[in-house]
Design a protein around this ligand. Sequence first.
Ligand code: FRU
Length: 466
Amino acid sequence: MSEVERNDKNYTVYYHLRAPHGLINDPNGLVYFNNQYHVFFQWNPEGTTHANKTWGHAVSTDLIEWDYLKPALEPTDWFDKDGCYSGSAFEKDGKLYLFYTGNVRNVSGERESYQCLAVSEDGIHFEKKGPLFDHPNNYTAHLRDPKIWQEKDEYWMILGAQTHDLKGTTIVYRSSDLLNWSFEGEFMDVLPDFGYMWECPDVLQLPNKDVFVFSPQGLEAKGDLYQNIFQTGYMLGEFKAGKFIPDKGNFIEMDRGFEFYAPQSFKDNNGRTLIFGWMGAMDPDVEKAVPTIKEGWIHHLTLPREIKIVGNQLLQQPVEELKELRHESFDLLKDIAEKDSIEFSTPEQEINCSWNDAPASFVWKFLNEVTVTYDATEKRITVERTNWLTGERETRSVSLTRALERLQLFLEDSSMEIYLNQGAEVFSLRYFNDNRTSMWQWKEENWKDHLADLTVHELKRTIKFK
Ligand code: FRU
């Protein structure tokens, strides 16, 4: 594509799903319905702040090309007048049911939340049915983000909640018809004191294993852990009779990068369990300084990731379909021998790197901005970027359980997703730096030993906003 086209406002080269303009946050209502993937999302079409939350709507047949439709839900009723907040979708008898939280500020300025339903025949036009049940006792108005699934002939709904003594939790409801719901209590008995609010709870049902994912707020940073403003993590275990019973009591952060929050899962028509997350929750001052605000938009979703459990290990892998983005591919195995850098023609790249034997330590720098360091002795990965508000360098790290064997990196103009060891760990991050080069540079040499594959794919997708 020529520079002229790249700079034409109607054309944008990117492949992360984002809103045409305004602010996007959580993925909502993910579903494969009527031969299409539907991604709804929290969307403020009127500005780049967290206000006027509608359900934006994009559809795709291949997870690559997306068509944007009109918002499916808008905050126009007494029960959702201050925001159609997050929720999920469920197909029953050929109709699409959306469950969401109506956010309301009452006349005294206090928060009220209503768990609401909207139904559609075509997956495009939705009829709101209003709130489904009364607010439960024992929980504050921080009650939101219904996620629905079916188990035999029963439907279950979980909701992010807060007790009156300001502890985060998840509560569960049961239904036989998706319309009448009974309160069944708390979803999990462990972690009674783990942050002040849990958002966007989700249950993934994988062969032989269930996974409970939630996004707690209010955890204190501890070593490498909980470094972001809010966290998202998972627990492996079993869903049984309305409760989640974890194998062990530990909460594992789902993504080790700077921006990842509020993911949602769904099963597609091939039986795959896929997630999208939001990249992502930020400290409010840092969010206000995001440079794309000047262009009228802020934030995007992660790439669609397939979730698998292999030997009790949760893996997140970019979906196969993303190979369609590959435009030109370069085998660098021989080329890099004498070099300490290579130049990209565009920032949109996928880098695949694997080793036959554990690699030596390395320091890689991308676009003169993001550093990825591997410490082979500690099996430790550190990702460093510049904070665009303070100008300071900041890091996130994780120690791997096995030596690094494989690395898959997706690079876009202002964001990066790094998948390590087949997705056993992932780092997602945004970055903004005016003094960028288009180089990939490295400092050490020995990481080149034992390389099995080093391929760079130039990625391309052209969107023309209508
Ligand atoms: C998570 C969240 C949800 C809420 C939505 C509002 O990012 O705070 O709990 O429903 O965003 O946009």
